[in-house]
Structures are given as structure tokens and as C-alpha cells.
Design a protein around this ligand. Structure first.
Ligand code: XIL
Length: 386
């Protein structure tokens, strides 16, 4: 009983403190993320099955309160929906789409054509030899028609091609590229458009703030546009780390991409607070490093100084996003809370990372309050100008 009253008192005090921290006008209810950025961006998160099947109730409530767009973290990738040539498994994907519809969310399908999380059978003949270009194109067409066609008019947008750019130069020499040639990209967009003419179609990739990757992405989009292939947007994944982003580079990517007259989005935002074990910064999921104790410094709590640094990193990004609010359409975080973030296991397995806005108990972190405050301030400035 005593402990309970103490906890109660502490939470009341914390509530008072955080309220004065969050808003200038203390009487009004603090806005949620989607409310604070309502007239500017869609605000989203990646979902896994626990969020949509009701087994993580409190997280689902948080999702419904804070976000107005969702993307499938894994359940629509080819290895999940199309494990072998004659088997499709849409159980989790259906649940994901039903969840988004129930809560009136903008639903993004992720992803149709990618070099990772795709089963080998796509690229092979029955005897294990590499299949022909014609056969792979036909499999690609069939896959895209079936998956996109199933959710026609229900999934609003697709990450059609993911990570087609190489880390060193040019396009990635994936199996798609090697077997079909570089026109696999336009074919994928063409098939997706045929399968659902009204869905928005995106190109998605990581590290698009690096100059060679930015240039390559611009080339890729221009090429599609020259061929009059429908492409509606570019997704900058945005898997970052503390102080990793050079703001002028970030800004330059946004301006160059939006100059192509397509939507610009941050599609997989997270900021790891842990040391990155290599200079080679990317988000290539096959990149794996050995766990050493110095790579896992915050297994219990995150020190205040790092909370603040994380908040400042988010604010720095959001300031740029607000500056280009007419060009940026959506900001999606890659996960809801720190517990289920993929950054706990990438690029080193089994660490305790803290990259998102909500902690392991779904409590908002300083980064959350800072972003809300920034959004509110931007809304107020706008009102005054009007
Ligand atoms: C990640 C998922 O979050 C993990 O659960 C999975 O094990 C590997 O893939 N870029 C992408 C995402 O486009 O699909 C990846 O998602 C993270 C990097």
C-alpha cells in the first residue's frame, strides 16, 4: 500500500513536470505525434504481427493514438508471403491490412523486389541451376500481380524496389540485376502499376545522404521518368546513429529528390545510440559483427546525457523536415518502441539499443517530447503568420 502511494505520488509529480516541459500552455492536453504534425506529414511506424493480432494490447493502443500510417516490417516480404513457387501465405499480411483499415490508416506495403528476404527458388530452375531472364521476369510479374492485386484499392502505396543501389558504385549486382539486367527495376514498377493503377509506387533505399548513393538514386528515378514509368516517391530509409547525419547532406538529398517532382519520405527512421562497429555505414541487413562488451554500454538504462543527445539528433532532422514540409510527405519510424526495434540485433546481435521515441515500457522519451514541442511551435508560428 505504502509503495503504491509512493509510486502514485511520483507519477503525479512526473506528470506535472513532464506537462510543464511539453507545452507552453499547460492547461491543454498535449498533442500526439500525428496531431502535432497533422497538416504537414503522415507519421508512421512499422508493425510486426504482435501489434496486429492483439497480443500486445498496450503497444497497439499507442500505435492507434500516435500514428496515422503503417508499413509491414516483415510480413509482406517475399520469404513470408511467397515461400515457394506454388505457395502463398497471406495470413499475417491480411491481418496487417485489416488492422490499418480498421484504424483508417494510410497503408504501405513493403516490399516487392529486394535482394534480401527473398527465397532462392525465384532465381533457380528445378535442378538448382540459375533460371533464365524470361523465367525470372515471368516469376516477378506473377508475384507482383498476385500480391499487389490481392490488396488492390486497399494498400495505398508500395515500396516496389528496395535497395537497388550498390554500396560502392552503380547499381547493386543482385540476382535480379544479374539475371534480368538493369531493366528489372522498370519492369517491377510497370507490373505494380498494371496490378493496381491507383496505388502510389515508391523506390526505397538506405544511406541516400551519401553523395554517390544520392546521385545514383536521382539517375534511377530520372530513367524511370524518361521512360514514362509511374514512380510517385522516394523513400530515404534513415537508419541513422548519434551524430551520424551531416545536416547539409540530408538537406541536399531532400532538395534534389523533390526537384524530381516526386514525394520524398523518411521511411524507416531510427537513431541508434550504440557504437557502430565499422566505418562502412549502411543498412545492409547481411552486415554482421561480433559482440564485444564495449559495443553494448546501455543494457540497463540510457543515461540522461545520451537521452538528450538522441533528442537533439531527432530535433535536428525534424527542423530540416519542417523546412521542406511541402516536399516531404511522410515520416515513418522503423518500429514502435525500443524493445522491438531491429537495431537491437543489427549490425550486432543481442544488444540493448534505444533508437526510437518510446522506451521498453512504451513511455515517451525526451526525444518524443522535443519533437512534439517542435511541431507545436511550428504550428503556432504558422498561425501567427496567417
Ligand atoms: C528488417 C526487419 O526490421 C527485421 O525484423 C528483419 O529481421 C530484417 O529486416 N531495410 C529494410 C527493412 O528495408 O525491410 C529491414 O527490416 C531493415 C533495413
Amino acid at each position: 500500500m505504502k509503495t503504491y502511494s509512493c509510486v502514485l505520488l511520483l507519477s503525479v509529480l512526473y506528470g506535472l513536470f513532464s506537462c510543464t516541459n511539453q507545452t507552453s500552455s499547460s492547461s491543454k492536453t498535449p498533442l500526439t505525434l500525428k496531431e502535432a504534425y497533422k497538416d504537414k506529414f503522415l507519421i508512421g511506424t512499422a508493425l510486426n504481427t504482435d501489434h496486429t493480432n492483439g497480443s500486445e494490447k498496450s503497444t497497439s493502443l499507442l500505435i492507434e493514438e500516435q500514428f496515422n500510417t503503417i508499413v509491414a516490417e516483415n510480413c509482406m516480404k517475399p520469404e513470408e508471403v511467397h515461400p515457394s513457387e506454388n505457395i502463398y501465405d497471406f495470413r499475417k499480411a491480411d491481418q496487417f491490412v485489416e488492422y490499418g483499415e480498421k484504424h483508417n490508416m494510410f497503408i504501405v506495403g513493403h516490399t516487392l523486389i529486394w535482394h534480401s528476404q527473398v527465397p532462392d527458388w525465384f532465381f533457380e530452375n528445378e535442378d538448382g541451376t540459375t533460371c533464365s531472364r524470361e523465367r525470372l521476369i515471368e516469376r516477378m510479374r506473377e508475384h507482383i500481380y498476385t500480391v499487389v492485386g490481392r490488396y488492390k484499392g486497399r494498400i495505398h502505396a508500395w515500396d516496389v524496389v528496395n535497395e537497388a543501389i550498390d554500396d560502392l558504385e552503380g547499381l547493386r549486382k543482385s540476382k535480379w540485376y544479374q539475371i534480368i539486367g538493369e531493366d528489372y527495376i522498370e519492369l517491377a514498377f510497370q507490373f505494380a502499376h498494371e496490378a493496381d493503377p491507383n496505388a502510389e509506387l515508391y523506390y526505397n533505399d538506405y544511406s541516400l545522404i551519401l553523395s554517390h548513393r544520392r546521385e545514383e538514386a536521382v539517375k534511377l528515378i530520372k530513367k524511370l521518368q524518361e521512360k514514362e514509368i509511374k514512380v510517385d516517391g522516394i523513400g530515404m530509409q534513415a537508419h541513422y546513429g548519434l551524430d551520424y547525419v551531416k545536416i547539409p547532406d540530408f538537406e541536399r538529398s531532400i532538395t534534389e529528390f523533390s526537384a524530381l517532382n516526386i514525394k520524398v519520405m523518411l521511411t524507416e527512421l531510427d537513431i541508434s545510440v550504440l557504437p557502430f562497429p565499422t566505418e562502412k555505414i549502411s543498412a545492409e541487413i547481411s552486415q554482421k559483427y561480433e559482440m564485444l562488451p564495449e559495443y553494448n554500454p546501455y543494457t540497463d538504462t540510457l543515461p540522461d546525457s545520451i537521452q538528450q543527445q538522441l533528442a537533439q539528433n531527432y530535433v535536428d532532422l525534424f527542423k530540416v523536415l519542417l523546412k521542406y514540409e511541402d516536399k516531404v510527405s511522410r515520416i515513418t519510424f522503423w518500429g514502435v518502441n525500443d524493445e522491438h526495434s531491429w537495431r537491437n540485433d543489427w549490425p550486432i546481435e543481442g544488444r540493448t539499443d534505444h533508437p526510437l521515441l518510446f522506451d521498453r515500457n512504451n513511455q515517451p522519451k525526451e526525444a518524443y517530447y522535443s519533437i512534439i514541442e517542435l511541431g507545436e511551435a511550428a504550428n503556432n508560428t504558422k498561425k501567427q503568420v496567417l
